[in-house]
Design a protein. Structure first.
Length: 720
């Protein structure tokens, strides 16, 4: 961290603590080292008002406007800090610095009145194309879209590198973003630019703009992008500076529909974060089966891999007709597994399309987040070649791809077009070719808020993971410092005790299934006191507290019993397992736990009775067999114990513990050489220290009069 960044951090710390006076002092220290005349003048104005207010306060006078004035000064200090921080960030990074300079050199008039006029003129010009004669219409159309795309690219970059907005600027942008006279593709691009700017530097005016666009827009896609933008940029750090943030959000949360949409978004963000892990699962577990069972084989040419069809083997089909059917079943199972992942919310195409983001098309930041439209001037050349290809049109229009991947698909496919077999091209042009199981969607599903939002999250994920200069942006998907990065908005304190609280359970259950323990703790820490029910304490593994609230809660009782067992409090655990068995006398798990508690408490006779019955009624219960063998070993019934342990070590899926138990059985039976072999295999499998293990089992060794000398000889024999 540079000296500039450290000093600015001290300024920010005082502002977010809510202390105007100390923030002014820290800002003066910063400006003494890094003078900026315009900022010095603005700080002087704030300082003068602050001193006037404090002098009035020191005089003992009562000012009914004091709190309001203080809050206003605090927010002005934050805006001052935010402008410096965002400008310093821009200068620190080559790509952002270049964008900032270029858009301001190319155009000097960035008035919102002029911007709005250009955007409305574009809509009018497109509508007027219908009046153009056919022979000039296409050329005129290309010119209009080319000019407009250049303007939108510049506007995107201008918003991205803009300073803190005033309330007036935020209001004017809001009106543009909800206006029916503005193209919704342009509105979506602008929302994305505001989102990136917000993530880099929180700006309450931008935040409020996105909240209001979400609340007011009638365009589903615009509304969903705004939703993603404000949720991912909510900031607990500014709660004291902008208490209005909470008011804005809570006002929305009075709607059940909004709460449900936010819950759905949080779940989608969890799945989005799993894209690379899901990609690994597909590559390592699913694709090899697909290729193998589809009679395909992998080929390699240099660094490039490919898939080709194997030669047909008619004789194999004649000799083993059942093999073909079995392959088809496995193929279908692999497809089903992959598309079940997609159905649940996994981004199954990230791995494949991540290699297709190096085209010049993706040099412009805005193209990563631009909604797909056929008239995009940067793909017009490719579309002219593919517009009569029915297969391609169906893929783009109804395929389950995000916007970014659709652009990749069009560009990538056009580059291999000339090398494709003629008969295959003819099939594709007629729409006869198909991509089995690609997950094509009906129009209603394609245009649903959930699908639109999910595709946008995939676009964002690709940008933050693959854009060459992604390090210049605050990445909400970066998990290096925090579980799920900045995507776990459900844990924010600004949402604590809100109407959203009752929806947190759905997210917690998902995170538990995915073994995201740290993320679970994050959300649980945000629960208000009034929401901390028995289930909350069960998730925290505080079963005692859960039982105070619900004394008969089975899950809490079982959790406490297992916790006591793990903590070697066997007598206490036994009492609870007895209670559980009174309610569920046939529960095998409770029976086995009870028997094991009795073993540790050396109640061998009672344990034997229970285990004999358990193994007789459930001969496949390996855990019960193992426990029975141990009791028999402890009660000097060596012959019976030896028989059980021998059977267990010969099982296809034996446990390391079985090797240890059988090793003991051999040792105590006098088969020392055999014992050495099994005990060596046990210690090799666990890499455990021999001495520690034998010390743990010292009571058993003493039962069989195994002296210290014999233990040491066994250790030496195993280690040699």
């Amino acid at each position: 961290m540079t000296g500039t960044e450290r000093q600015l951090e001290r300024v920010e710390k005082q502002i977010t603590r809510g202390n105007v006076g100390l923030a002014i002092a820290e800002m003066e220290t910063y400006l003494a080292a890094y003078p900026q005349q315009q900022t010095i003048e603005r700080l002087s104005g704030i300082k003068a008002e602050y001193e006037l207010m404090t002098n009035y306060w020191k005089s003992g006078a009562t000012d009914p406007q004091l709190e309001q004035l203080y809050q206003h000064l605090l927010q002005r200090m934050y805006v001052l800090y935010g402008n410096i921080a965002s400008y310093q960030r821009t200068l620190s990074y080559p790509a952002l610095s270049n964008i900032y300079t270029r858009v301001r050199l190319e155009r000097h008039d960035w008035s919102l009145k002029e911007i709005r006029k250009e955007m409305e003129d574009f809509v009018s010009n497109v509508a007027m194309l219908e009046l153009e004669p056919p022979h000039t219409r296409e050329t005129k159309c290309e010119q209009i879209y080319q000019k407009h795309q250049s303007e939108m690219n510049n506007l995107f970059n201008y918003i991205l590198t803009s300073r803190m907005w005033s309330d007036g600027v935020g209001h004017d942008f809001e009106e543009i973003l909800i206006s029916p006279t503005i193209d919704h593709v342009d509105q979506q691009m602008m929302v994305s630019a505001v989102t990136l700017a917000l993530l880099n530097q929180f700006d309450f005016a931008k935040f409020r703009t996105l909240v209001n666009v979400y609340r007011r827009s009638r365009e589903v896609a615009v509304r969903q992008r705004a939703l993603v933008g404000w949720t991912m940029s909510m900031n607990d750090g500014v709660n004291k500076v902008y208490p209005e943030q909470k008011e804005l959000v809570w006002d929305l949360l009075q709607s059940k529909q909004v709460c449900e949409e936010l819950t759905e978004l949080q779940i989608q963000l969890v799945y989005t974060q799993n894209a690379e892990r899901d990609g690994d699962t597909i590559n390592k577990e699913i694709m090899p089966d697909l290729i193998k069972n589809a009679d395909m084989k992998l080929t390699k040419d240099g660094d490039r891999f490919g898939i080709v069809e194997r030669d047909e083997n008619d004789m194999e089909d004649i000799l083993h007709p059942e093999a073909a059917e079995e392959r088809m079943q496995k193929l279908e199972a692999s497809y089903n597994r992959m598309f079940e992942m997609q159905k649940q919310g996994s981004d199954i195409y990230f791995g494949g399309f991540s290699q297709m983001k190096r085209f010049p098309f993706f040099y412009d930041i805005c193209n990563w987040l631009t909604p797909f439209f056929f008239q995009h001037p940067d793909i017009k050349h490719f579309m002219n070649r593919l517009k009569d290809n029915k297969f391609m049109m169906e893929m783009i229009q109804t395929g389950p791809f995000c916007n970014s991947d659709k652009y990749s698909f069009i560009i990538g496919f056009s580059q291999v077009l000339d090398r494709m077999p003629k008969h295959l091209m003819e099939m594709m042009e007629k729409g006869e070719a198909s991509m089995v199981g690609m997950g094509f969607m009906e129009e209603e599903q394609l245009n649903s808020p959930a699908t639109i939002r999910r595709n946008y999250l995939m676009d964002l994920y690709r940008f933050f993971r693959l854009y060459p200069n992604r390090n210049e942006f605050e990445n909400p998907f970066d998990e290096s410092h925090y579980p799920l990065g900045g995507c776990l908005f459900f844990e924010l304190s600004v949402l604590t005790d809100s109407p959203l609280e009752s929806y947190k359970e759905q997210v917690v259950k998902l995170l538990i299934r995915q073994k995201q323990k740290d993320a679970v703790k994050g959300i649980l820490s945000s629960y208000s006191e009034s929401s901390r029910n028995a289930q909350y304490y069960i998730w925290l593994e505080n079963y005692t507290e859960a039982l105070k609230l619900e004394p008969d809660n089975m899950q809490a009782k079982m959790g406490l019993a297992k916790q006591l067992f793990k903590g070697e409090q066997y007598a206490e655990a036994l009492e609870i397992f007895d209670e559980l068995l009174l309610l569920h006398p046939e529960n095998r798990q409770f029976q086995l736990y009870k028997a094991t508690c009795m073993i540790y408490l050396k109640l061998y006779e009672d344990a034997l009775k229970m285990l004999y019955r358990l193994t007789y009624e459930n001969p496949d219960n390996v855990g019960a067999k193992r426990a029975l063998g141990w009791v028999l070993l402890c009660t000097h019934q060596l012959e019976q114990a030896d028989k059980i342990f021998k059977e267990l070590v010969n099982e296809e899926r034996n446990f390391a513990e079985d090797l240890l138990n059988y090793g003991y059985s051999c040792w105590f039976s006098g088969r020392v050489v055999e014992a050495i072999d099994y005990l060596r295999r046990y210690f090799q499998s666990l890499d455990e220290r021999l001495k520690n293990r034998f010390e743990m089992d010292s009571d058993l060794l003493n039962e069989y009069s195994v002296s210290t000398a014999k233990v040491n000889m066994m250790i030496a024999a195993i280690e040699s």
